[in-house]
Write a protein that binds this ligand. Structure first.
Ligand code: HEM
Length: 410
């Protein structure tokens, strides 16, 4: 095999092999330099590593997201309940509209005091212990508490939701990458999810509260606008997409700050940089690394014509490091997105029809986490570098991030 071909084959392996989760970015660079569209590990599916091409595909509704399930989970013996993440108009429009009505900027903003209180409480615990696993001690509990609170899941059930969510998140990876035990764990998690949330919906329908499950249960009860499967699918995506990704954004962000003390100092000097820093973390180390699309009709992108039914893997994590879109793409700069600077948009929250519905919640939660870290943790030391990563490809992040901390009591 000629050298260039061998290097490309190796880069495809490193982009998707769990053993390379700690740093797939050099391999992504090799892919971007090798071509605009490349054959990937799934037969008949092209890899798209560049920013302009990923953006063009995500922005064009001719590309459907509905076939992802067949593409990644052909052997699945359990149906993930259908969420609108995997639907197209008109069903997508109807379901996204129903959730958006309950998930307004005002509803989200109203959770800020809770986010602040949770962050402060977790930082108090961290300071009391002096050493912690940041994933367990901060990154997991914050979004879990927030999404459970918004939905109306009782506090005593949060650990159960976390267990189901983790089992399902691992199962979002292509079936070919999952062991029989992981496939079985996904089946069990989805079944537990259906049972648990099915019971909660029934309870809230009988006795509505001021929460999202009650609001959706009400729509469901009103007639044919939301089927039971759609309701469970919506809850599934809110829990899993809204939780596992945010955990990793917090983890990836803290790791980037610890590896670059000048950036952490900049944030400490000006905690107002917390929001631009959230954008930069999304760009620099995207928690959702890939998404797929299938052409519904013949379409040409960057000079290549795709036939109906042809599928692509949009490599969001790679697109966000594309030097054709970003200056110094491999540098982490907390002020890159500050002060209305003209910077290409990152694709970490998607683009177009399926743009992340939880974006305002992500910015609020992770902004509050960074504010707490910047203002209260005056000393932070990374105790393992690189830290261990979970094997997940689609939702990428660490399994633990041990740190030593000192700082100001609350
Ligand atoms: C750091 C955290 C997050 C990241 C990186 C993220 C990423 C994404 C991405 C990339 C998409 C588009 C997928 C595609 O086009 O194929 C998406 C869609 C979505 N996200 Fe998020 N997300 C995050 C947090 C959240 C939260 C907190 C929620 C809600 C509680 C949420 C709910 C959704 C929903 C419902 C969709 C589907 C939208 C649609 O199909 O119209 N996400 N997210």
């Amino acid at each position: 095999m000629p050298d260039a071909e061998a290097a490309l084959a190796q880069a495809v392996i490193e982009s998707f092999d769990p053993a390379w989760r700690h740093d797939p970015y050099p391999a992504y660079g090799t892919l971007r330099r090798a071509g605009t569209f490349l054959p990937g590990p799934l037969a008949g599916t092209m890899l798209v590593p560049g920013h302009a091409e990923c953006a063009a595909i995500l922005a064009d509704p001719v590309w459907s997201h509905a076939e992802e399930s067949e593409l990644l989970h052909p052997d699945s013996d359990v149906e993930l309940p259908g969420s609108f993440l995997w639907m197209e108009p008109p069903d997508h429009t109807r379901l996204r509209g129903l959730v958006s009505r309950a998930f307004t900027p005002r509803t989200i903003e109203a959770t800020r005091p809770l986010a602040r209180q949770v962050v402060d409480g977790l930082i108090d615990d961290a300071l009391a212990a002096g050493e912690l696993d940041l994933i367990e001690g901060l990154a997991y509990p914050l979004p879990l508490t927030m999404i459970c609170e918004l939905l109306g899941v009782p506090v005593s059930e949060h650990p159960a939701v976390r267990r189901m969510s983790a089992g399902i998140a691992r199962g979002l990876d292509p079936d070919v990458l999952l062991s029989p035990a992981e496939l079985a764990a996904r089946t069990a998690a989805v079944e537990e999810f259906r049972e648990f949330f099915g019971a909660l919906v029934t309870a809230r329908r009988a006795d509505p509260r001021d929460d999202l499950i009650s609001a959706l249960a009400q729509v469901h009860a009103e007639g044919d606008r939301l089927t039971t499967t759609e309701l469970l699918g919506t809850l599934l995506i809110l829990v899993v997409a809204g939780h596992e990704t945010t955990v990793n954004l917090i983890g990836n962000g803290v790791l980037a700050l610890l590896r670059d003390p000048a950036q952490l100092d900049a944030l400490r000097r000006d905690p107002g940089l917390a929001l631009p820093a959230v954008e930069e973390i999304l760009r620099f180390d995207a928690p959702a690394q890939v998404t797929t699309r299938t052409a519904r009709a013949e379409v040409t992108v960057a000079g290549r014509t795709f036939a109906p039914g042809e599928a692509v893997i949009c490599m969001l994590g790679s697109a966000n490091r594309d030097p054709r879109a970003f200056d110094r793409p491999d540098e982490f700069l907390v002020d890159r997105y500050a002060g209305g600077a003209r910077v290409s948009r990152h694709l970490a929250l998607g683009m177009g029809l399926h743009y992340c519905l939880g974006a305002p919640l992500v910015r609020l939660e992770v902004g509050e986490a960074l504010r707490g870290i910047a203002t209260r943790l005056t000393g932070m030391t990374l105790l393992a570098d690189p830290p261990p990563y979970r094997p997940n490809i689609v939702v990428r992040g660490m399994s633990s991030l041990p740190v030593r901390v000192t700082g100001r009591p609350g």
